[in-house]
Design a protein around this ligand. Sequence first.
Ligand code: ZN
Length: 105
Amino acid sequence: MSATERKIARCVSCDGFGWFEDEFSGEAEDCDWCAGAGYVFRDESGRDKPIPKRDYAAVAAELEQLEVERLREMGYQGEARKPWRQAIRKDTHLGRNPYCRDADS
Ligand SMILES: [Zn+2]
């Protein structure tokens, strides 16, 4: 119905990370609010919903752009995480960018 009106917003719960790290146990957990994607669909009334997995492909370019912006905000100059990596991240939990460490080329 309002599918064309939906916007993608950064998840307010995890601030785009898609997961939380437990301060005490050190274990990572996927964010419930965005189902681990880091971004949600926001409808006209301002309600957020997780982006369904089947919609990832349709919004992949937009997600990637948002991720680039988010990483720039944090001062990261490298390449954004690809959307397909977010699925992998669910399995590995700690979805640190493996290129972060030697990205100063
Ligand atoms: Zn979230």
